[in-house]
Design a protein around this ligand. Structure first.
Ligand code: BGP
Length: 462
């Protein structure tokens, strides 16, 4: 096979998922409630078509079949998350043996099919009881998370070698404490900063305990949604807007986890506006001494900004938007269903930045994908002909390839996602999967992209 884009040997090809989005069985076998189960029970109308997390692809019962299908379409790796409220209902105390059996089965099944498990510990799904204690605002919840992480390393570390503490930890900060799209629907910049800080603390505590386990060939990292910040122009004021958004939305997490410290400029801004989090002296040693081994990069869209133009503040209160305005670049390419810009080169810019400024840390694309509404309209000859998705992936892979050629330490590409899944408040509005699902019968049907992805994974390129 003559390949124009051949990826390095051993490249990780696969897809990513999360517990709440695929498992279903939300009330079965001792699982406790998490904030999604609860929020849906009190405000179902906040979810697209009133569909909640109970209605999923039912991976909890169908994992065997699904994993076989993964193998069929060329996966050599697969990311899923452990549901904290399933493993330790209530967030603290006794481990649920049914949950242990389930995750053991999933891991064993993956290994039998030569698929490496990539396991993430937290994907937006705080156990309800801990949220009622204040969630990430409460330092004691950080301790509960550290215990949970330790349990996972102890239970599964003999077989799982690739670990992640969090997926997109900034999203619960934005959703839950700034922009009202996650429970507990608070809008408060100062509290948001505290939540972000405690998440970092939870992360480093998990990394610290991971090191004590000496898991053979084990690696621990985190998954960040990095959104490169582009300024409207080269004017100093526009450039400053881009710098500030980079500090707020990327470097607030990227610097402590990879470099072991917070950017001085960020600390300075938080101090100036009186929103520094409450910290303890010993935290900074912990942060410094527990940097990650590798990084997952989720990339969907860039951020474009311009200097503040004295427009009315859309939120009416002190918010990150105090410092910049969003900018809609004329002619930009959009995903109309999700309202996100498509800018393939962003993936390359991220990797080059990691190479230059973040010790060329080992990384991989841990999510990238295209959500499409009413995908049934592309159904032809019994399956969905999603050429647009193939195109989307291909164009991103070309830029990723270029980054690798230029020396970036990139080890793999995981698509969001394996099978159409339930997606937070958007529920089943946008479909991202390589496999389509009929929600009534739960029948799985590969899309055209699944066959294409299989070839790419099999030939290690295209
Ligand atoms: C990421 C999350 C995923 C997934 C994806 C697609 O931010 O890690 O959980 O949801 O985005 O986003 P959405 O489903 O909101 O369109």
């Amino acid at each position: 096979m003559n390949l124009q884009y051949e990826f390095p040997e051993g490249f990780w090809w696969g897809s990513a998922t999360s517990a709440t989005q695929i498992e279903g069985a939300a009330k079965e076998e001792g699982k406790g409630q998490n904030i999604w189960d609860y929020w849906y029970s009190i405000e179902p109308n906040r979810f697209f078509n009133n569909i909640g997390p109970e209605t999923t692809s039912d991976f909890y019962h169908q994992y065997k079949k699904d994993i076989k299908l993964m193998r069929k379409i060329g996966h050599n790796s697969f990311r899923f998350s452990i549901s904290w409220s399933r493993l330790i209902p209530g967030g603290r105390g006794k481990v649920n043996s049914k949950a242990v059996a389930f995750y053991n089965n999933v891991i064993d099944q993956l290994l039998e099919n030569n698929i490496e498990p990539f396991v993430n510990l937290f994907h937006f799904d705080m156990p309800l009881e801990l949220q009622n204690e204040g969630g990430w605002e409460n330092r004691e919840v950080v301790e509960a998370y550290a215990v949970y992480a330790r349990e996972c390393f102890r239970l599964f570390g003999d077989r799982v070698k690739k670990w992640f503490t969090f997926n997109e930890p900034i999203v619960p900060v934005e959703g839950g404490y700034l922009y009202d799209f996650h429970y507990p629907n608070v809008v408060d910049f100062k509290r948001a900063v505290q939540v972000a800080y405690h998440t970092i603390l939870a992360h480093v505590k998990a990394v610290e305990s991971f090191r004590h386990f000496h898991i053979k060939n084990g690696k621990i990292g985190i998954i960040l949604n990095l959104t490169p910040s582009y300024s409207r122009s080269q004017n100093p004021a526009d450039l400053e807007a881009a710098n500030i958004t980079d500090l707020f939305f990327n470097r607030s997490f990227l610097d402590p986890v990879v470099l072991g410290n917070y950017p001085k400029e960020l600390v300075h801004i938080l101090q100036k506006y009186g929103i520094l989090p409450i910290t303890q002296k010993e935290d900074f040693e912990l942060i410094k001494n527990n940097t990650i081994d590798f990084l997952g990069v989720n990339y969907y869209q860039p951020r474009r900004v311009k200097a503040k133009e004295n427009l009315p503040n859309p939120y009416g209160v002190f918010m990150p938007e105090w410092f910049f305005d969003n900018y809609e670049m004329p002619g930009r390419k959009m995903n109309p269903y999700r309202g996100w810009e498509i800018y393939e080169k962003g993936i390359y810019d991220i990797m080059i930045n990691l190479k230059k400024n973040y010790r060329n840390i080992e990384s991989f694309v841990s999510e990238n994908g295209l959500g499409v509404e009413s995908e049934e309209k592309f159904l032809k000859d019994g399956y969905i002909q999603d050429d647009y998705r193939i195109e989307f992936i291909k164009e991103h892979l070309k830029w990723l390839y270029k980054a690798i050629e230029e020396g970036c330490n990139v080890k793999g590409y995981h698509l969001w996602t394996f099978m159409d899944n339930w997606s937070w408040t958007n529920a089943y509005k946008n479909r991202y999967g390589l496999i389509a699902i009929d929600l009534n019968t739960k029948k799985r049907t590969p899309k055209k992209s699944a066959y294409w992805f299989k070839d790419v994974a099999t030939y290690n390129g295209f």
